[in-house]
Design a protein around this ligand. Structure first.
Ligand code: THU
Length: 131
């Protein structure tokens, strides 16, 4: 799947965002080395802190469905004043399960910015600390 296709898939996934409180709708599409794609959208709760980000929906879908292949790339899309970026909690979860993941950030369909988790989250806590 091309980067453009992954970004387009994330924009499509965003259509299922449920963001009645923030009105900030986010989509994500996570690509594995074997070519599987898992999508996510943010799902909010009236108890705001229970809301789940699009990235974590995509990641937990993949893991809970038994995906074993490496996660190589994730597209994250949202409309707003700034190009979207994963929040701190999502960066930690991605560091745990997709430490080398490349990230495509898109604030406008058809356009994206390339970055890597290691660039935006340079010194992660990890399972290494628990040994
Ligand atoms: N959100 C995401 O889905 N991903 C992020 O990386 C940042 C924040 C969602 C959570 C909440 O539903 C809304 O955006 C506003 O914080």
């Amino acid at each position: 799947m091309t980067n453009q296709d992954l970004v387009a898939t994330a924009w499509k996934a965003r259509e299922h965002a449920s963001a009645p409180y923030s009105h900030y709708r986010v989509g994500a599409a996570l690509l594995t080395e074997s070519g599987n794609v898992y999508t996510g959208a943010n799902v909010e709760s009236s108890s705001y802190g229970l809301s789940i980000c699009a990235e974590r929906v995509a990641l937990t879908k993949a893991i809970s469905e038994g995906e074993k292949s490496r996660f190589i790339r994730i597209a994250v899309v949202a409309e707003g004043r700034h190009t979207p970026v994963p929040c701190g909690a999502c960066r930690q979860l991605l560091a745990d399960y997709a430490p080398d993941v490349e990230i495509l950030l898109s604030g406008t369909p058809g356009q994206f910015e390339f970055t890597r988790l290691s660039d935006i989250f340079p010194r992660p806590f990890s399972s290494d600390f628990l040994k």
